[in-house]
Design a protein around this ligand. Structure first.
Ligand code: PLP
Length: 392
């Protein structure tokens, strides 16, 4: 028997990394020593003090029962304390923070809280695919805001047609940015707050890479901007800062009405995150932070290796100030897909085709520096051998 899928599921494109995983598996089966610079998943283990706390908490019977879906107050307070310490932002843990089973979960579900079928949502292109995926599942229609090199990969708010801005209910932004590695300054966030106030748009800022930054640069929180809490929320998690992608714990913080709605939605569809994992995240957020600096030093070294290596082949890339991504144009004669295919076929190296992040990603590819530097050096050696000098 074959069951007919709901239209909303049919409307979803296949998830980018599910496709890439398939290609990797096929190549490995064929005996290729594949180096994957594809998915952005930290390869460095979770710091020991966090694991120790989790081990202890797993053994505590009180943690074996259903948690609250909003998260323990102690966890939400740890998030609030982190915001105070790191960004100088005051948050009320009880009403302005909600726990998430990874920020991806909340990013997907916020659309269900605020978008009716047919509503318009402003989504960056290229962008993390969950912004449009969650909106499409809720029956809404993404309006894609182009992120171009000329504008520093920031959306040009003035270029959004007035009728679109007027009907838009919600907007996603994400800095430091996946996939471009771009960062945003206070001026940009102030423009976003003004725009959101003018058109009554709920802003959802995704700050997943707030702690992955280099060369002395410290990313901002959207919530630092005067008026931001009136118009929006911010998503983040412990995934990238403490190498905890597999633990699945994050948060949304900001506007209390929006946090309450997201919390209400969650009480109806999930039962929150295992408390032992919440305790582990508390240990990350409140414990020693030297692992964050150590990680960043590792990523910085790898970033330099990739950027210098590609530039020696003919690229002209600047070094991104944050994230573990390098976003680069494909050489002359290639599309995103044909270049990614060429590189895996010839060199056994997986790169992510830019068009997987949206139409504006066409003509680009993304490299993630989440593999050891020896493997990156090997990947660059192979690329040099099979691609040689490039032109644009
Ligand atoms: N936002 C962005 C831009 C990401 O790249 C990712 C993961 O790669 C996430 C959110 C989700 O992170 P998590 O669900 O682990 O918090």
């Amino acid at each position: 028997m074959r069951f007919e899928e709901a239209q909303r599921i049919k409307n979803l494109p296949p998830y980018l990394f599910a496709r890439i995983e398939k290609v990797i598996a096929q190549k490995k089966e064929a005996g290729v020593d594949v180096i994957s610079l594809g998915i952005g998943d930290p390869d460095i283990p979770t710091p020991e003090h966090i694991i120790k706390e989790a081990r202890q908490q797993v053994a505590v019977p009180a943690n074996h029962q259903y948690p609250s879906s909003a998260g323990m107050l102690a966890y939400r307070q740890a998030v609030a304390d982190f915001y105070a310490r790191r960004f100088g932002v005051e948050l009320d843990a009880g009403t302005e923070v909600v726990s998430l089973i990874g920020s991806k979960e909340g990013i997907a579900h916020i659309s269900w809280c605020y978008l009716n079928p047919g509503d318009t949502v402003l989504v960056p292109d290229p962008g993390y695919p969950v912004y449009s995926g969650g909106a499409i599942l809720a029956g809404a229609e993404p309006y894609y805001m182009p992120l171009t090199a000329e504008k520093g990969f920031l959306p040009d708010l003035a270029a959004i047609p007035r009728d679109v801005a007027k009907r838009a209910k919600m907007m996603f932004i994400n800095y430091p940015n996946n996939p471009t590695g771009a960062v945003a300054d206070e001026k940009f966030y102030r423009e976003v707050v003004d725009f959101a106030k003018q058109y009554e748009i709920l802003v959802c800022h995704d700050n997943a890479y707030s702690e992955v930054a280099f060369d002395g640069y410290k990313p901002l929180s959207f919530l630092q901007i005067p008026g931001a809490k009136e118009v929006g929320i911010e998503f983040n998690s412990v995934s990238k800062a403490y190498n905890m992608t597999g633990w699945r714990i994050g948060w949304a913080a900001g506007n209390p009405d929006v946090i309450e709605a997201l919390g209400r939605f969650k009480t109806n569809i999930d039962s929150g995150q295992f408390q032992a994992v919440q305790y582990a995240a508390i240990a990350g957020l409140t414990g020693p932070q030297d692992s964050v600096a150590a990680n960043n030093e590792i990523y910085r070294e790898r970033r330099d290796l990739v950027v210098d290596g590609l530039n020696a082949m003919g690229w002209q890339l600047a070094k991104p100030k944050a994230t573990f991504y390098i976003w680069a144009p494909v050489p002359k004669g290639f599309t995103s897909a044909s270049f990614a295919e060429f590189v895996i076929e010839k060199a056994g190296v997986v790169i992510t085709p830019g068009n997987g992040y949206g139409q504006q990603g066409e003509g680009y590819f993304r490299i993630s520096v989440t593999v050891p530097k020896e493997r990156i050096a090997e990947a660059l050696e192979r690329m040099k051998k099979y691609i040689g000098k490039v032109e644009f």
